[in-house]
Write a protein that binds this ligand. Structure first.
Ligand code: MEV
Length: 374
């Protein structure tokens, strides 16, 4: 039986159909000239056989603008080499890595299941693996949402549109639901699109505009314009230093919201982050990585002033600084990861590790969400 299923899956998911979502999958794509796939879909809809579906999506690193992006300021993020991979197989009940699927424990997954497949859809066992550390500012929950969304949309048998836009919208609404209504589409768009992504409250001349995201937050309506950026290639690397301290994004974002509510003057700090992000973006477009690094370090000082750094982050940042072009915390802060932009990833990694951090190295800009062969 196992052999038969594997043989079937090879037919149903030939290499050319382990499609990158860059190609903007649509139901048209899927019904065009792939008879085996059509056969698999028909079987699935008849409940006779739902094949295992797998998808993966990258983590992200914010170079400029975290926190301020929640308030519409520009921000730049890159997709990392590190990815999460999910596999969904038919099962007797819904589960995630062997535990029953639970709305409180797995809010993103339940949200996407209800959206793409419906609450009463046939149950699936979900298996997650990958090398993005959890709750560490590298977008593990966004990449989980993107990968699960892609796999579920694929399973929906053509009833759900699977463009990057639709997928990133669904993943963003899952993130927002889990983040008390305050989430920019930064993490989810980067994980879906891959490469380098710029968000702003206006259409920027830099990069290629992709789509608009809207969200009703406790502080009012927000609109973000999402752009893809293609900076000149360079021999520079990101070294991510993990403090090992988990700080939930929702808590960090709520802390900033409270600080601004108590003292609206502090909105200036948010605007200053936006100004630095714009400077960093211009440097990135010129391929001037010295200036990119400088803007990253400046951005960090502003984040520290906002109160979202931590002693552990500061220690790793101090250690990485001498061998880096620029260093900052990345993501929500309070723990999680710092990032160093460097031409010498070995030396920078060693310095961070000597200071007690765990490191990951990535080049800038990697592939976005994609279906994987099973
Ligand atoms: C988290 O990776 C980035 C934040 O700006 C929150 C968000 O954009 O939703 C802190």
């Amino acid at each position: 039986m196992l052999i038969t299923v594997h043989a079937f899956l090879r037919l149903a998911f030939p290499v050319q159909h382990a499609l990158s979502m860059h190609r903007q999958l649509s139901s048209e794509d899927r019904s065009d000239g792939n008879k085996e796939y059509e056969g698999a879909s028909r079987d699935a809809s008849m409940g006779q056989m739902t094949p295992t579906v797998a998808a993966s999506a990258p983590g992200k690193c914010i170079l400029f603008g975290e926190h301020a992006v929640v308030y519409g300021e520009p921000a730049v993020a890159v997709a990392l080499e590190q990815r999460l991979r999910v596999a969904l197989s038919p099962a007797a009940s819904w589960s995630v890595d062997g535990s029953a699927l639970h709305p409180e424990k797995h809010p993103h997954i339940v949200h996407l299941r209800n959206r793409f497949l419906g609450e009463d859809s046939p149950p699936m066992a979900i298996h997650i693996q990958g090398d993005i550390p959890r709750a560490s500012g590298l977008g593990s929950s966004a990449s989980l949402s993107a990968a699960i969304g892609a796999a579920m949309a694929h399973l929906s048998n053509g009833t759900v549109a699977v463009s990057n836009d639709a997928l990133s919208e669904a993943a963003h609404s899952a993130e927002a639901a889990a983040q008390l209504g305050r989430a920019s589409p930064m993490d989810t768009s980067t994980s879906v699109e891959g490469g380098v992504v710029v968000l702003s409250d206006r259409r920027e001349s830099a990069g290629e505009w992709a789509y608009t995201r809207r969200l009703s937050t406790p502080e009012g309506e927000r609109t973000w314009e999402v752009h893809r950026l293609d900076p000149p290639p360079a021999e520079v690397y990101l070294v991510l230093g993990n403090t090992g301290v988990h700080a939930p994004t929702s808590k960090q974002v709520a802390m900033v919201a409270e600080a601004l509510a108590m003292n609206p003057e502090r909105r200036r700090e948010i605007q200053a982050i936006g100004t630095v992000a714009r400077r960093g973006l211009a440097a990135l477009l010129r391929g001037d990585y010295e200036a990119v690094g400088h803007a990253m370090s400046e951005n960090h000082l502003l984040l520290r002033g906002l109160g979202v750094s931590s002693d552990e982050l500061e220690e790793l940042i101090r250690a990485a600084l001498p061998s880096s072009l620029g260093v900052k915390l990345t993501g929500a802060g309070g723990g999680g990861c710092m990032v160093a932009l460097t031409r010498d990833p070995k030396q920078t990694s060693e310095a961070i590790e000597l200071a007690g951090g765990r490191t990951l190295v990535s080049k800038l800009g990697n592939e976005g969400v994609r279906l994987e062969q099973v």
